[in-house]
Design a protein around this ligand. Structure first.
Ligand SMILES: *Cc1c(COP(=O)(O)O)cnc(C)c1O
Ligand SMILES: [Zn+2]
Length: 423
């Protein structure tokens, strides 16, 4: 187990807000808050435990229009707004009537996280990781990434004035490479897939002091940022929970945290408790969780990813087993779709709702469609689908599918010939 700093850091009072300890998801063992991510007893993943104050809807609504309106429920200090970060969150919850009609759903919303500062949901988790890195005295802010995380870390680090080093698979989409390199001089392309890059990051975290790898050694703090997606969905629905949510699964962290957020809101009395179903979405070319779900087994067999949904291409998902638990317990499911279905769904969402999603969102919308068609999703129930990233980052996925209807000379006659003149 690696530490961000070798010696136990001198933490300032309230450095992690109302967080009280790191608690093991497997055995429940608790340790003091610090730069740790694995249980010293059983090596299970550590999670943040809290002693929440009584928070009211009014207090939250009076907060800033970003994730810090929920700061009382996150492992961040109460003065977090004073520290420069990208201020992500409070993205729109879009009433998707056209897509609902197209799919035969009574009521559908798109939670559109493509409008975050670096155009993916990763800005949320990175803002929380940055706060932890700061409080722990880290010198370098780093990550292994499938692309979006690298963009978010590089941008947040630039704003915070902390050195960033981001590691990506060398075959990553060009827009995602440029979107990182524009913010940092330390973009490292690794010849290997994400799982190789992740292994390398763990090695560096073990060797070097002062490095905060957002999704490795400060992962417990980082992961909590995804809860804000769940808080926002509930608040934007008028402080109530939806019946069904469809969420993309890479490591599986986001899905587990949306569920955690819903549970916390119920416990705090901020929403009424009710049953809801959570569905996971994967691309068939990297679907270890979906395969385990369909086989009815608990163990996840790692795979070598081969899909255009690169931001979801984690072959050995850390939170996969918890995704299975949650989807089964809530009466949801995990489903996967082919790359062609992903492309079709990107176009479908764009043409029905004017939202250009990346391949991860294409995967999620395609899974939504498949779940409706197979009867696994109740078409009469209120459904939310999460769009986690922007289509401009994965242009290649659809550039062969869409383009000019005609290329013509600059004359009226030429235009009339195309048949596009009728209103
Ligand atoms: C990282 C990512 C996800 C999935 O996140 P996990 O928490 O690892 O499951 C989904 N969509 C996009 C666009 C991402 O970048
Ligand atoms: Zn343990």
């Amino acid at each position: 187990m690696s530490a961000v700093v070798t010696e136990k850091p001198q933490l300032r009072e309230g450095a992690f807000g109302h967080a009280t300890a790191l608690s093991c998801r497997e055995c429940g063992h608790q340790i003091d808050l610090g730069p740790f991510y694995a249980c010293p007893e059983c090596f299970g993943p550590l999670e943040i435990a809290y002693d929440f104050p009584q928070v009211t809807r009014e207090e939250i609504e009076a907060g800033p229009r970003n994730i810090w309106r929920y700061k009382a429920l996150l492992p961040v200090p109460s003065d977090i707004e004073l520290s420069p970060n990208t201020e992500p969150g409070f993205t729109r919850l879009l009433d998707a009537g056209n897509l609902a009609r197209e799919l035969g759903l009574a009521k559908l919303w798109v939670k559109d996280d493509s409008t975050n500062p670096t155009n993916s949901f990763k800005d949320r988790v990175v803002a929380c990781a940055l706060s932890a890195a700061r409080e722990l005295g880290a010198k370098v802010f780093a990550c292994p990434s499938t692309g979006n995380l690298a963009n978010a870390v590089a941008a947040a680090g630039a704003r915070a004035g902390i050195k960033t080093v981001v590691f990506i698979p060398s075959n990553l989409e060009q827009p995602k490479q440029v979107n990182s390199a524009i913010f940092t001089e330390q973009l490292v392309a690794v010849d290997g897939n994400y799982d190789d890059v992740n292994k390398l990051a763990q090695e560096i975290a073990g060797e070097e002091d002062g490095w905060a790898f957002v999704n490795v050694n400060v992962r417990p703090y980082y992961a909590e940022g995804s809860k804000t997606l769940g808080y926002e969905i509930a608040e934007q629905l008028g402080w109530r929970l939806p019946d069904q949510v469809v969420i993309p699964v890479a490591s599986g962290s986001q899905l587990t945290k949306v569920h955690k957020a819903f549970q916390e809101l119920i416990k705090l009395g901020l929403v009424e408790g009710k049953p809801y179903r959570i569905f996971g979405a994967q691309a068939t070319g990297c679907s270890p969780v979906s395969v385990a779900y369909k086989a009815g087994v608990d163990a996840i067999r790692p795979v070598k990813p081969d899909t255009i949904a690169k931001s979801l291409a984690i072959g050995n998902p850390a939170d996969g087993i918890y995704v299975l638990d949650i989807c089964r317990e809530t009466g949801g499911a995990v489903e996967d779709v082919t790359d062609d279905e992903v492309r079709d769904a990107i176009v479908l969402l764009a043409r029905t709702e004017g939202v250009f999603t990346e391949t991860a969102g294409g995967t999620t919308v395609a899974v939504l469609k498949k779940l409706v068609e197979s009867g696994q999703l109740d078409p009469s129930a209120e459904t939310v689908v999460i769009n986690t990233g922007h289509g401009l980052k994965t242009l290649d996925a659809v550039s062969g599918r869409v383009g000019p209807a005609a290329t013509i000379a600059p004359s009226y006659a030429a235009f009339a010939e195309t048949g596009l003149a009728e209103a």
